[in-house]
Design a binder for this molecule. Structure first.
Ligand SMILES: *[C@@H]1O[C@H](CO)[C@@H](O)[C@H](O)[C@H]1NC(C)=O
Ligand SMILES: *[C@@H]1O[C@H](CO)[C@@H](O)[C@H](O)[C@H]1NC(C)=O
Ligand SMILES: *[C@@H]1O[C@H](CO)[C@@H](O)[C@H](O)[C@H]1NC(C)=O
Ligand SMILES: *[C@@H]1O[C@H](CO)[C@@H](O)[C@H](O)[C@H]1NC(C)=O
Length: 200
């Protein structure tokens, strides 16, 4: 700012203030609601996550996820039963309100876009990082989730670390449970999502 005169510094400050006001306005004067009890989320929903893994043969059209890496040598040499340690799977999976997969041509309630990787030698555990992308008449926006999927536990909690659009700055917990599986090509998770910080 050295070369600027006092008056141009002032007008820059004004421009900056207007810019800040402008971005506050972009949030449409939302009110932050923080829940004070785990029993009283400010928003909640249940969605089913359908992971249809590419089988390497004949489900190219239907597959919504695929292994992007092979298991590490550590996984395959030491453990004969293989726990996929090091395998990373990338997905663009449909999410639905009911348990059924969307019928052909029907848009799912949302899509889960991201990855999981297997991260334990001795047994199956994984780690998820993904966005739930909503683009329907009901919701537009994203919710971003991360966390350990401790598959030995009946239910596992992921963190909702943020969101955009209808879920602007959302935070909460998503509780996962395996709802169905078919060999190594399909599994369905029930995700109970509870938000404890909402902007409404
Ligand atoms: C794909 O191949 C598997 C294994 O051979 C078979 O069970 C399945 O019916 C096939 N699916 C289709 C849609 O062809
Ligand atoms: C793909 O899905 C359709 C409809 O769900 C099903 O009819 C078809 O058999 C599936 N194809 C494969 C290759 O799995
Ligand atoms: C793999 O085998 C080891 C023993 O060889 C066992 O401790 C472990 O539980 C097995 N893991 C799975 C996922 O079956
Ligand atoms: C969202 O939906 C609209 C209207 O159906 C469509 O035009 C648009 O391409 C979709 N966006 C994404 C990212 O899928």
């Amino acid at each position: 700012m050295q070369g600027l005169t006092a008056s141009s510094q002032l007008s820059l400050a004004v421009v900056f203030a207007v810019f800040l006001l402008g971005s506050a306005d972009a949030a449409h004067g939302l009110t932050r609601v923080v829940s004070s009890s785990s029993d009283e989320p400010c928003n909640e929903m249940t969605l089913y996550y359908h992971d249809i893994l590419y089988n390497g043969v004949n489900n190219t059209r239907n597959a919504t996820s695929a292994a992007a890496t092979k298991p590490t040598a550590l996984s395959t040499t030491h453990w004969k039963n293989g726990t996929y340690f090091g395998t990373l799977v990338v997905f663009n999976d449909p999410m639905t309100v009911g348990k059924a997969l969307p019928v052909a041509g029907e848009e799912p309630a949302a899509r889960a876009q991201g990855f999981y990787f297997y991260d334990k030698q001795e047994s199956y555990t994984s780690w998820f990082g993904f966005s739930i992308v909503f683009n329907s008449t009901a919701h537009k926006g994203t919710m971003n989730l991360v966390g350990a999927d401790l598959m030995d536990d009946k239910t596992r909690d992921l963190s909702v670390v943020g969101g955009t659009g209808d879920f602007f700055m959302a935070r909460g917990i998503a509780t996962l449970r395996l709802d169905a599986s078919e060999g190594t090509v399909y599994f369905r998770l029930q995700m109970d999502i509870k938000l404890y910080e909402c902007y409404v």
